[in-house]
Design a protein around this ligand. Structure first.
Ligand SMILES: CC(=O)SCCNC(=O)CCNC(=O)[C@H](O)C(C)(C)COP(=O)(O)OP(=O)(O)OC[C@H]1O[C@@H](n2cnc3c(N)ncnc32)[C@H](O)[C@@H]1OP(=O)(O)O
Length: 216
């Protein structure tokens, strides 16, 4: 039997938000120049996550980043609905429209604060490009897209965690290691999807991860 049909697809957020992003405001260098609105090939599209992306390989893409687990369509749709209702999740994808397949993704999460005059901080999460499409500026494209989106939505700053080897990648996009303020610390509560378990210091770092994935 085929996959369940989703009668009417929903977008996680308003796609029009991506059309007005001014890529000239980013320090990232694109050669040739591309943007979220004009991604350089007629078969490339940058857009918000949609409900039907469950069937377009969205979770398979994420599995190139970290462990995803066995997520059912119902689980996916429930989580999508929670994110959409909150209004604070901007999961953004790149689609190869020739194959109707997700080939890249990055997430902006809005963290609402009391500090900074009830300001909002952006968090860059879960950046990934399908390994057969890497080295073609798509990583830069998706990260710059959500970074400009955070600015447009009024964030006072945007932060990320990454492996050391990706520091040059993010530096080229304008992210800075701030002296005295560039550490990441974690407690992992349970062994499970992407988790290594707080009870064992031996596994609290990159223990269970395949070489090229993040212990997100
Ligand atoms: C906040 C987070 O989510 S961190 C997690 C990041 N994601 C991962 O590690 C998942 C696996 N990796 C990937 O999906 C991809 O390699 C990405 C997203 C990191 C980069 O995607 P790509 O499409 O290959 O990047 P893109 O082609 O835009 O490269 C941009 C620049 O970064 C450099 N770069 C890309 N990947 C890497 C890397 N792994 N290490 C060092 N430099 C890199 C490129 O050489 C390029 O440099 P240039 O502009 O001087 O030519």
């Amino acid at each position: 039997m085929g996959a369940p049909l989703l009668e009417q697809e929903l977008s996680l957020y308003d796609p029009a938000l991506l059309l007005s992003l001014d890529f000239f405001r980013s320090p990232a260098k694109f050669n040739p120049r591309i943007s979220a609105a004009v991604p350089g090939e007629p078969w490339l599209k940058v857009r918000p996550l949609q409900t039907g992306d469950f069937h377009r390989g969205f979770l398979q893409i994420l599995s190139q980043l970290t462990k995803v687990g066995d997520v059912s369509l119902t689980q996916f749709l429930n989580r999508f609905a929670q994110m959409r209702a909150s209004g604070d999740y901007y999961v953004t994808v790149i689609v190869d429209t020739r194959l109707d397949k997700i080939i890249g993704s990055a997430t902006l999460v809005l963290e609402r604060k009391f500090i900074h005059g009830c300001g909002t901080r952006g968090r860059l999460e879960d950046v990934v490009v399908d390994d057969t499409y890497r080295g073609k500026q798509l990583g830069k494209l998706i990260v710059v897209t959500v970074t400009l989106l955070a600015d447009q939505l009024g964030c006072y700053k945007m932060s990320l965690d990454c492996k050391d080897k990706l520091i040059p990648f993010y530096t080229s996009i304008g992210y800075v290691l701030e002296p005295g303020n560039a550490n990441t610390m974690n407690i992992r509560y349970e062994a499970g999807v992407g988790g290594a378990g707080v009870v064992s210091n031996r596994t609290a770092g990159h223990g269970n991860q395949p070489d090229d994935t993040e212990p997100s």
